[in-house]
Design a protein around this ligand. Structure first.
Ligand SMILES: [Zn+2]
Length: 163
């Protein structure tokens, strides 16, 4: 099953209108679980009473940030800054690396333009490349502390051999 990322027509949304989850689902003909997932991913709702109401302007903001970040792919040295709403370089090229799992790490930095904290997840195979690209200030995470680069490499080879 392939999951095609859909682009939602933002013109269908009335900015001043409060929408319920059900209404948003009906507007785009999607399952309400998808809208509930958006709420978990940062779509803001007025939760004072049920059903939750989401302002049209907030729905536009949420979907446009998602759709922009998808369209404008960040280069290796760039992060998507949600304040600038654009790919940005890291401040002074400095980044922290947090190993979150044997296969993925999070790269944390500050936006070079507005100093907002930015981050992105990367596959562990990019770790070496990242260390050549950024001044890595901090390298933290259980996995990396337990093994040296050699075993990271051998993990990688094992992973590649599976494909
Ligand atoms: Zn920024």
């Amino acid at each position: 099953m392939t999951k095609r990322k859909r682009t939602y027509n933002l013109r269908l949304i009335k900015a001043t209108w409060p929408y319920s989850v059900r209404e948003i689902a009906a507007l785009y003909d999607v399952h309400k679980n998808l809208v509930l997932r958006w709420l978990k991913e940062g779509l803001q709702a007025n939760r004072d009473k049920r059903p939750f109401l989401i302002r049209g302007s907030e729905l536009i903001r949420f979907l446009s940030v998602r759709q922009q970040s998808r369209k404008r792919k960040c280069a290796v040295t760039e992060f998507f800054c949600f304040k600038c709403r654009a790919p940005r370089e890291a401040y002074l090229g400095i980044a922290d690396v947090v190993i979150e799992s044997p296969s993925r790490f999070r790269l944390k930095a500050l936006c070079a333009v507005c100093s907002t904290a930015v981050n992105k997840m990367q596959g562990i195979e990019k770790l070496q490349k990242i260390q050549n690209t950024f001044h890595v200030q901090q390298l933290v995470g259980q996995h990396i502390l337990e093994c040296n680069n050699l075993s990271v490499n051998s993990d990688l080879e094992a992973k590649n051999a599976q494909h």
